[in-house]
Design a protein around this ligand. Structure first.
Ligand code: SAM
Length: 257
């Protein structure tokens, strides 16, 4: 049986047993093959935009003897799906902006019709994905942050629910998590850093944001050297961003709270 990476195993663990799954951007079809081999899911669809990864997915599925249960479809995002065809959609290993664009296009075309859960693993731009979920009333139920081979990944689990709006409103409010910032900034930082991740105070979260602070320091140093007028406003915004992140980390990872 296929052995998944810790990252993809974290995604797999969120999927409801018995669900029919579509994995979008399914290079090598590792996740669909694992889900069917392990009998967690009866069948799956591996969607791929590009020829090479699509061929790799087809080969993997054939080698596992699962062509009757896993369909490798070539196409853009959710366009490979019919309405009400799957219960779960997973999208992993791409940027949050592209992921949100795929979800938006799928929503407009009705391809999210019948989908009950989303498991999303953006490599960057997690805040864009959280905003998309909240805007379209998907309840953000849980999040995990993991480290594997020196890289840090976040996994977001959301469900379609009639209570989504209320759930998310509470989740992104200071009732759920009070940070040492204004209400508006509390909310912005929850979108950035994860409303479920912040209260867990995982050391991987600290590591991720310490590394982001280093990147911001580098940007600040370059902006300070710039003579362009536009650099001044950018510098101010970057310094603010750095201060907010630092304040949140200090609040979370010292005994102040
Ligand atoms: N999901 C796998 C994982 O997490 O290990 C593969 C991630 S790989 C970095 C991203 C994959 O998404 C590539 O195979 C790429 O061809 C595919 N991709 C990018 N844009 C896509 C789109 N709009 N629709 C479907 N697949 C796409």
């Amino acid at each position: 049986m296929i052995q998944l990476s810790k990252r993809l195993q974290t995604v797999a663990n969120y999927i409801t047993e018995g669900n029919k799954v579509a994995d979008i951007g399914s290079d090598h079809a590792l996740l669909p093959v694992y889900l069917v081999q392990s009998a967690k899911c009866p069948s799956a669809i591996a969607g791929e935009l590009n020829e090479g990864p699509w061929q790799a997915a087809r080969k993997q599925i054939a080698n596992a003897g699962l062509t009757a249960k896993i369909d490798a479809r070539r196409g853009n995002g959710l366009a490979i799906l019919e309405q009400n065809e799957v219960d779960t959609v997973t999208i992993c290993g791409m940027g949050g902006v592209l992921m949100s664009d795929i979800l938006e296009a799928g929503l407009l075309a009705g391809q999210l019709e019948g989908v009950k859960e989303l498991v999303l693993q953006p490599n960057v731009g997690e805040d864009t994905v959280r905003s998309w979920l909240v805007r379209h009333e998907w309840a953000l139920i849980d999040e995990k942050i993991i480290e594997e081979d020196g890289k840090i990944y976040e996994v977001l689990y959301a469900i379609k629910s009639v209570d989504a709006q209320q759930h998310n409103k509470q989740l992104f409010s200071s009732t759920h998590m009070t940070l040492p910032l204004s209400d508006t900034m509390n909310k912005a930082m929850m979108f950035k850093m994860g409303p479920h991740l912040l209260p867990k105070r995982d050391k991987v979260l600290l590591k991720k944001w310490k590394s982001e602070l280093q990147k911001l320091d580098y940007i600040i140093n370059s902006l300070q050297l710039s003579t362009l007028d536009s650099a001044k406003a950018k510098l101010e915004a970057t310094e603010k961003e750095k201060n907010h992140i630092s304040e949140v980390l200090e609040w979370l990872f010292t005994d102040k709270q």
